[in-house]
Design a protein around this ligand. Structure first.
Ligand SMILES: *[C@@H]1O[C@H](CO)[C@@H](O)[C@H](O)[C@H]1NC(C)=O
Ligand SMILES: *[C@@H]1O[C@H](CO)[C@@H](O)[C@H](O)[C@H]1NC(C)=O
Ligand SMILES: *[C@@H]1O[C@H](CO)[C@@H](O)[C@H](O)[C@H]1NC(C)=O
Ligand SMILES: *[C@@H]1O[C@H](CO)[C@@H](O)[C@H](O)[C@H]1NC(C)=O
Length: 411
């Protein structure tokens, strides 16, 4: 498919007066731009619609993107880069940043959240750590002054590596050395009503030990799953186990009610020889199954009634990222706007009956084999993994640290 087709279809949207309803699917997508070959943001609007995404997360506050998505109903998280943290202690600089990067686009572009820094606490850079909360407070104070704090919240995104224990999920706990630093941040989240964001990648766990981690467990495919021995809750996929470990860690510090969002998760469609699992087939299963799961509006075993608020990583393959080949191949789309692989669902189905026709117009739509979503059937399985498998999984959940740091440094 060519870009011109997307332009045409965005014309169709205009002509037929179809506007994205604010309440479509809960699908969120990370729009990273470390590339020199991406389409113009105007051509990206129909791509975002084609996957039924109603929320977009940026790593910056790119004016071209924020303008292109004006009046689309799409919600935005904008990012304030790690390099700006120290400046936000200065109220004038914080005011200038918020005015130029947030206020200037409201209300046409629905910016609902600012992430101050990305995975700061796992950089092991104490000056960044020290600046994080003051920067969040500085940005929030500006929003209060501008009367925007009710519509725009302030938070930061964490790596899953802030956990010391993540398995079994009920034993989830923060790294001891981070507790002193993270507690006031959690208090800030509660006080200002902002969500706790976590980036979680079952891919890294699988890649580190493909022989021991059952691939179906990480790809949301039918499998026996595992039972948390302390709660008896049954887990049929690793992401849910990771998310519940986060809930447990929060609860152990007294933050039982803090809403959690998954600010990044995804699977690469290509990798180096030693990156087992990075294939088109697996990426298609991970992201396709994940998006289907989100459309079912089901929570995790520990929080069955909480909507999953997940941002898939990422919209595009990004050719200028350093690191292993996988880093440049997380995209649902190639830079020319064609799908990196068919996701196996239609946008209409994903966003159920609140969707307008035409969403699926640009993707290669393959109807899902309704019996193969597997998710429901897995839950009834009773066989458990052996206890040795538990310990493997626990270790593996943290195996991604160096990669995350590598990737995030440039963003
Ligand atoms: C922006 O998004 C929020 C959160 O979903 C919603 O409550 C609000 O109505 C939206 N605002 C506009 C102008 O669409
Ligand atoms: C950061 O510090 C923790 C705790 O001291 C350590 O386990 C981890 O390996 C460090 N990470 C890096 C990237 O240095
Ligand atoms: C849309 O979904 C709601 C809730 O699931 C249902 O009550 C309603 O009948 C559906 N509408 C259509 C047109 O299918
Ligand atoms: C859609 O994708 C499938 C599987 O990759 C392929 O066989 C088919 O030809 C594609 N259809 C279109 C219209 O591109």
């Amino acid at each position: 498919m060519e870009l011109s087709k997307f332009c045409c279809s965005s014309l169709v949207f205009l002509i037929s007066g179809i506007v994205l309803p604010a309440v479509v699917a809960a699908v969120g997508i990370n729009y990273g731009q470390i590339a020199n070959n991406l389409p113009s943001p105007d051509d990206v609007v129909p791509l975002v619609r084609s996957i039924g995404a109603s929320r977009v997360k940026l790593y910056d506050a790119d004016p071209r993107v924020l303008r292109a998505f004006a009046n689309t109903g799409v919600e935005f998280i904008v990012g304030l880069g790690n390099e700006y943290l120290s400046k936000m202690r200065d109220p004038d600089k914080a005011l200038a940043w918020v005015k130029a990067n947030v206020q200037a686009y409201l209300p046409e572009t629905n910016i609902t959240c600012i992430t101050v820094g990305n995975e700061i606490l796992t950089f092991n850079d104490t000056s960044l750590n020290d600046n994080l909360l003051p920067a969040m407070q500085g940005v929030h104070a500006v929003l209060v002054n501008l009367g925007l704090d009710k519509q725009v919240s302030v938070t930061t995104a964490h790596s899953l590596a802030i956990l010391e224990t993540s398995y079994p999920p009920s034993a989830g706990a923060f790294r001891q050395d981070l507790i002193e630093c993270i507690t006031p941040i959690l208090n800030f989240n509660v006080k200002t009503g902002s969500p706790f964001l976590i980036n979680a990648y079952p891919f890294f766990a699988y890649k580190a030990n493909p022989k021991q981690v059952p691939i179906d467990f990480v790809l949301f495919q039918p499998n026996q799953g595992v039972v948390d021995p302390d709660t008896n809750l049954h887990y049929d996929n690793m992401l849910f186990a990771q998310i519940d470990a986060v809930y447990s860690a929060l609860a152990s510090l007294g933050f039982k009610k803090l809403p959690v969002q998954i600010s990044e998760t995804g699977w690469p469609s290509k990798g180096d020889e030693d990156e087992t699992g990075a294939t088109i087939e697996n990426a298609k299963k991970y992201n396709g199954n994940l998006i289907k799961l989100m459309s079912q509006k089901r929570g995790t075993p520990m929080r069955p009634n909480s909507d999953l608020n997940i941002y898939v990583f990422a919209l595009f393959n990004e050719n200028m990222k350093p690191g292993p080949t996988s880093e440049r191949n997380y995209g649902l789309f190639k830079p020319d706007g064609t799908p990196a692989y068919p996701l196996g669902f239609s946008g209409i189905e994903v966003s159920s009956n609140t969707t307008t026709p035409g969403y699926s117009g640009n993707v290669n739509v393959t109807q899902p084999a309704t019996s193969s979503t597997g998710y429901l059937s897995i839950s009834s399985a009773t066989v458990k993994f052996s206890s040795t498998d538990f310990s493997n999984i626990r270790l593996l959940c943290h195996a991604h640290l160096s990669y995350l740091i590598h990737r995030r440094k440039i963003i």
